[in-house]
Design a protein around this ligand. Sequence first.
Ligand code: NAI
Length: 328
Amino acid sequence: MHVTVFSAHAFEQDYLTQSAQGQHELRFLDAPLSLETAKQAQGSQAVAVFTNDDASAPVLEQLHAAGVRYVAARAAGYDNVDLAAAHRLGIRVANVPIYSPYAIGEHTVALILALNRRLHLADQQLRANDFRLDNLIGFDLHGKTVGIIGCGRIGGVVARIMHGFGCQLLGYDVAPDVMLSTELGLTYTTLEDLCARADVITLHTPLNGHTHYLINQELLAQMKPGVMLINTGRGGVLNTQDALAAMQSGQLGYLGLDVYEHEKGLFFNDRTRDAPHDETFAQLLAQPNVLITGHQAFLTREALTNIADATINSLTCWESGQPSTTEL
Ligand code: NAI
């Protein structure tokens, strides 16, 4: 089958080619999927899209007109795909629900450790031959309370690692997983109570109508002064402007982000020659206790292999009329 792969990054092309094993003809495009680029899928029965591709209703209509009947999202999150519009058009959609919750969970913990022990600052200072320690004091994670918002696959991995560090665990989820309570002693509570009691808060819900700006000024004000907030879920779950204000006032002590609500067009691109004019982003980066990675939490060899295999498997199932468990 002929498949147009939008936003085909160098880091994933070999994995996809290897998984396809010549079964599918993959056409890699650097360009993200958008209203302008959708017509480039002409001649493909399917497209493969990435996190920041625009698969909204008008774009899906363009894809449909170009002959596309299948959208394979190379990601767990599919908030960028208008599922209702796809179903209306008869376009089937698949995602990769599980490829490695460990990759994202471990990256979350990397952000917690790096921010706490100020590794990003220590590295800068050491490279400048400044070996003083005065501004690098951290805190023991042992005995601290970690609040996990969204205790699914990734939140569960974070819970297990932080339990190993000797942390107390609080959880907030619309569908609590009792295993985390029985195995790790995680206590489910309300969002407000979690925010009031946790020393470290980490976000792992999907982005949808219920979770957009779930963490906002009101909840930030209820958190412990100096709290650490981590978001490796989706940028829109956190009101960035409110988080910036809370950092500037000292209410937030640390902010670790792998996702950013305005990351589209920024993350995954080389912007060294045309640096973006994003005042909020610039002000975040000006804070020493802010650490941002560019949506790389998923980026392990194991995850890339699993994403490629699952994406190709969905396409193969669809082509051969077999049921696929990853269709949405
Ligand atoms: P999951 O579906 O296993 O877990 C999500 C949890 O959130 C579920 O337990 C669900 O009940 C809960 N939830 C849903 N709506 C909620 C609400 N309104 N309030 C409280 N809890 C709610 O998903 P998984 O695999 O853990 O992934 C979570 C998210 O992480 C994805 O949706 C995606 O947006 C993000 N992600 C980020 C990556 C990165 O590279 N930074 C890579 C992969 C996923």
